[in-house]
Design a protein around this ligand. Structure first.
Ligand SMILES: Cc1ncc(C[n+]2csc(CCOP(=O)(O)OP(=O)(O)O)c2C)c(N)n1
Ligand SMILES: [Mg+2]
Length: 300
């Protein structure tokens, strides 16, 4: 019996296999959180809250779902990813480092002069970044353009984009939502990092989003709502999103600053923050960093 056949025949080993994949993605997410903290610490500025809330989503996209590889950055059939919430660049660089798209030490040079790892992703700086983002609301429109272009070329690649929840207050997002449904872009998956906070307050206090799922449904999208820190749920939602004739949105409920108790749900940790050495240490400790990992990340 081949290994594949054995896995199919034995539900216990299939479960083990799934558990191993989930554990591996959990490790990737942990790396994304630690690396993001470290790069922002070394930069002396940046956006940690939304990097930490999206770490599990990044791990599942790059570690399991998307057809992308460091050797295939020019492959026309690669899947495309657009980080519409461009300020989460530290998490994008971290997941890229974890999966071999860039060097992990290099990627700690966040926001440094002449570094390709700027505060927001730049298409000309890194060959595996598909488009420049940072002006909120625009990434989803770029992703739609990519999906339409791929369809014209009869290219089966998929397009993924990640948005912040505060970002949804941009009017352009809803024009894009309408356009994607109108064009029947089944190849498009939007993931919303629904951490309930924007720059310095809650969405509810600034301009409420609910009923959010109903809004996307009314615009003609396939809608799923999940726990954005549950790896199995993220994987299942991404799998389903690949089967729908209409565009798919995954509303991922998350916690801003997830994994570092002093940051969780505290608007201050959205951005423009400077970690003290003690805070950086404490954050890495909370994420379970070993002494060797702390040395690797902090003593550069
Ligand atoms: C068009 C535009 N307006 C304002 C900003 C400044 N800005 C950067 S992040 C942010 C808040 C975003 O909140 P959210 O989308 O919820 O992001 P997350 O919570 O995931 O960090 C704002 C207003 C921007 N980058 N682009
Ligand atoms: Mg938010």
């Amino acid at each position: 019996m081949t290994m594949q056949a054995r896995l199919k025949a034995d539900p216990a080993s299939a479960n083990d296999h799934a558990a191993r994949i989930e554990a591996g993605l959990g490790q990737a997410a942990r790396f994304v959180r630690m690396h993001s903290i470290a790069s922002i610490y070394h930069a002396g500025s940046g956006h940690p809250g939304g990097a930490l809330s999206s770490a599990d989503l990044f791990a599942c996209l790059y570690g399991a779902e998307m057809n992308v590889s460091p050797r295939g950055v020019d492959d026309p059939r690669r899947d495309r990813f657009v980080l519409s919430k461009g300020h989460a660049a530290p998490a994008l660089y971290a997941v890229g480092a974890y999966y071999g798209f860039c060097d992990a030490k290099d990627a700690l040079r966040l926001r440094k002069l002449n570094s390709p790892f700027q505060g927001h992703p730049h298409v000309l700086d890194l060959p595996w970044v598909e488009t420049s983002t940072g002006s909120l609301g625009q990434g989803i429109s770029v992703a739609i353009g990519m999906a339409i272009g791929l369809r014209i070329q009869k290219n089966p690649a998929r397009v993924y984009t990640m948005l912040g929840d505060g970002e949804l207050q941009e009017g352009q997002v809803w024009e894009a939502a309408m356009a994607a449904a109108h064009h029947g872009l089944g190849a498009l998956t939007a993931v919303i990092d629904y951490n309930k906070l924007q720059s310095d307050n809650s969405n509810d206090a600034i301009m409420r989003l609910e009923p959010l799922a109903d809004k996307w449904r009314a615009f003609g999208w396939d809608v799923q709502e999940i726990d954005g820190h549950d790896i199995a749920a993220i994987l299942a939602a991404l799998r389903h999103a690949g089967t729908t004739p209409q565009p798919s949105v995954i509303i991922a409920h998350t916690v801003k600053g997830k994994g570092v108790p002093y940051m969780e749900n505290i608007p201050l940790w959205h951005g423009s923050v400077k970690f003290t050495p003690q805070q950086a240490q404490e954050a890495l400790d909370a994420l379970g960093a070993s002494e060797a990992e702390k040395k690797d990340f902090l003593d550069v």
